[in-house]
Design a protein. Sequence first.
Lengths: 583, 582
Amino acid sequence: MWTKRLLVAVVMLVGSGCAIVPTSGSPRVWGEDTGRDTLSQPYVRIIAEPPRKDAEPLDVVKGFLAATASFDDPTLAVARLYLTSEALRKWKPYDTAQVYDGRFTADPVSTDDKNTTVRLKYESQATIDSEGRFAPLTSAGDQPFGLTKINGQWRISDLPDGRWLSSDDLKRAYRQMDLYYPPATHVTGLVLDRVWEPIDPSTGVAETRVRRLLSGPTKTIRSAVASAFPLSAKLNRISVEGNTVVVDFDSGLLDIRSDQMNAMKAQLAWTLGDLVAGRIIEVRVNGEPFRGGLTFKPTEWNAYDPNVLTSSPDAFYMQGGVLRLASEKGPGDPVGGAAGQGTMPFTDPAVSAQSQRVAARADGNGIWVADMVAGSQWQQWIKGTDVTPPSWDRYGAVWTAIRVSDTETQVFTAVGPGNPHRVTIPPDLTGAKFKALRVSRDGARVAMIVDDGSGPQVKIGTIVRSGIAAGIQEVQSLVPPRTGLINAIAWQDAATLLVLSKGKASQELAAWSVLEGEKENNQTIRLDPKSDIQSIAGAPDRVLASTEPDQDNAGEVRLYDDTKGTWVRVVGDAATAPVYPLG
Amino acid sequence: MPPITAKNAAKTSTAPKKAKRTRRTPGQIVRGLRRRARRIAGRLRRAWRRSLQLRVVTSTLVISIAVVAVLGVFLMQSITQSLLDGRTQTAVAEARANVATASGFLAPDNTDATDTSQDGSSGATTSPVDAAADALAQRAGSGYAVVILNSAEVGQSRATSNVDWTNIPAALRDKVRDNLSEGELASQPMTLRSIGHAGPEVGLAIGARVGSYEIYHFFPLTQEEATLSSVRQMLVGVGAALVALLAAIAFLVTRQVVLPVRLARQAAERLASGRLEERLKVRGEDDLARLATSFNEMASNLALKIHQLEELSQLQRQFVSDVSHELRTPLTTVRMAADLLYEAREEFDPGASRAAELMQNQLERFESMLADLLEISRYDAGAATLDIESVDMRDVVLRALADSETLAERHATRFELRLPTEPCMAEVDSRRIERVLRNLLFNAIEHGEGKDIVVTLGQDRDAVAMAVRDHGVGLKAGEETLVFDRFWRADPSRARTIGGTGLGLAISREDALLHGGWLQAWGSPGEGTQFRLSLPRLAGQELKGSPLPLVPPEIEMRRTWRGHGTPVLAPAMQESGGFDVD
């Protein structure tokens, strides 16, 4: 009897042994993929090659430039092989790098067969200075490289300092890095700084970002921000342990002030940005947990958004002399307080943070402010006759520029009725005529339309505050002087400024990257050719514009649809002056 | 404390413990270790020789380790092979797809495009190699790395991620460059190094050629390595467990066999020591049970036979004793008649007179033989008892000598007496000891061939001993124990001159044993014989040694000389020894 049973068991065992891969089973749940290493993004490097034997002068120069475009070796040992010993002595490779778009031509070899020149003709050029700041120089040019024959081989004897990178090289080897620093005024928030850094293959993108963050902000913004990291802090390495990104600093981090901890965490979370999305950040010091284990999620620090606005900010517009809050359906309601009642005519409204107050220009009588609560009254904050439209900053101050005389402009800021503070501005701006002045939402920069006689241009300055006093420094040109008009500017986000200009033929609306001095993607926003735009307002990923009244309609407010590239009407019926809080 | 040198003294003052340790020289340590190792090896060897179980378990262990090792290596190799093959297949497929993609960008008909972009006529288009590298980098992600090399044009070499492109194996590079047609791939295992923190890892390089470009893929095999190492760990663990299991099984199985055998051995030992009632427990019906049954049968048969023999010998003894007793009465009558005849022999004719004398002599001998037989049958029956008293052994010896005086004179033999000066007290049955001595003396006189007989008395704290030494023909080797047998005769043809019964020495030995003493003989052909009687001083005490040597001292001394004599002197000494004997 039992032998039969044993036989059955053996047969079953053998049978189950035959099916190695199971053909059935219960469903199994797999969690979210958190093991993916987002820190190591794919990138391509150029391989530096030593000069080839009997290479033509053109190939020598190309090989040299390719070798300088390689960031594998910080000492550039391979690139130096292309140089004569004299050139090697003089060459300073770590100066400002030049980015070109161009082609090479080789001059005919000189008669003595010893010297020649290869010319690089470029149409456009940009620079990346040693801080990593990108600046376009849209001038075409011609850069000669002198070559000399040494021992029968061509070597570069005369060359410009710094690396020369093609735009391909830039795209390949550099990454744009957004660094975030808390403002010097101890307020919850961050200010954006943007640099271009080459990818260091030995460390990777994340480490390069944090190292660059630790080395401090660029010159233009340095006086407006204060990094939470102690100067002595150095990064050891960044590693991924499961779902946690471990940022390991050296003991220099121990000097951090405890009131800076939140700012430090926010800086890390925002600077690492997309690399740590959906993960947890842990800070360690020399491999030991910092202050009993410091871990946090990047999403905890959303409140530090330099764009300040929420993802769906309130939009306002003027209609019938009152300010209205736009709504999804139908006409918007008038806002509370004096601005919604039409008791006093006003133009160019500006809304403060959290939609608390309205500032507006009442013709010829300075800047007036009203709370957006029922029963509020207009109060005159800044007196003046020729004032620019008001602009709020995140600290609740209203800014304007006043043309006090034909030769002088003064900039004022006020936090209450009367007693405005004068803002110091560089002397070369005092003579210029201001058409607009807008403070960025992070409160660190100011954009101005000025005309100092060479045509209207847009300049960007950095706001430096000390106590109640403020000043505009580090003024740089964003949109160079041009013939025609620059109608309006509006901050879209912390680094993007919308510029509405009118050239000879038509209007042009473009988003300019403030930190690179270029139009974003070198493109403009397509406009409806039938109707001109009167004023604009910007919020992250949103552009509002009001059209000039024409024969078809009495002016309307439109929203730009980014994906389709078309404009969509928000409100019609003579709606004007769209506005988002701040900016 | 051994004396310490100045250097050592300094050390001792600072660290006494250390100095103590340094006092052992390396040689001593080595010797100590060697000694310990020898001791352990000896113990192991003994255990190996003695334990069947150890041998079986050890050989099972060794054989199973060999088998498991061979099996494990084979298994590991085949798993490694199949895993790597699979991985290589996937990698090659991936690389092939990538090469197809790349050749779309890098194909020779696209070289025009290269030139235009080099001219910079349109800034938006990237160079084909960049486009290809970008595409491959996106595909590769962080999974593997790609290197594109161009040996024809400068500045056309790209690498993705942080791979160190210089670690392309030279053999692979040559293969790809020289004899690889388009569409073919070459792969080679290698060590992957990268720029930065990460250490080297195992990897696979796959090379291909597209026009003047060489495309190399580097696939890390760390996951496979981890899998294989865990498989290997598992194999080692399972193998070790298997070996341990086999050893345990061997242990249990041999235990089942060895345990009954051990029990049987112990039972046999007990049986051998005389416990005939010893039996084995029979369990089951297997071979071992049958062994136990046979053993038990053998034991009971043996016991039966021994019992029968005992009964038979008892019967014989009884018979001898009875015969002796029964013979006494008629003998007494015969004796009385013979005495009458002997008394009146003067009156007979010479022939009859001689016959009467002869009868008288032989009757005396018959009587004494009968007495001896009765005596020995008493011993056999265990009926002999001692009449213990404390006596001075010198008196005993002297009495025995006096008894032998007449016989000695008849043989012209002289006694040399060596007695201690102080009294030599012992608790003995003096009558029996006297008889023993007398026996020994008669014996010596009989075989002494008229030469001197040395009688020695010795004593120590626990024992007394008497030695009787003659210089007669001596004993042949092996006869030292035979002399004590009943009716034994050195030369059967030799007639008994003094009419010994042939039982004297047997009775003497029984007497000595009854006292808890020894009676031993030494003899050498031509050297004579020595008998030694050793007795404990106190009755019932165990005899541990004898105060006198069994071998006469002069013989012992001569033997030692001969052993140590120089080769030159040896023959002379042998000769002189020969004369001594003569």
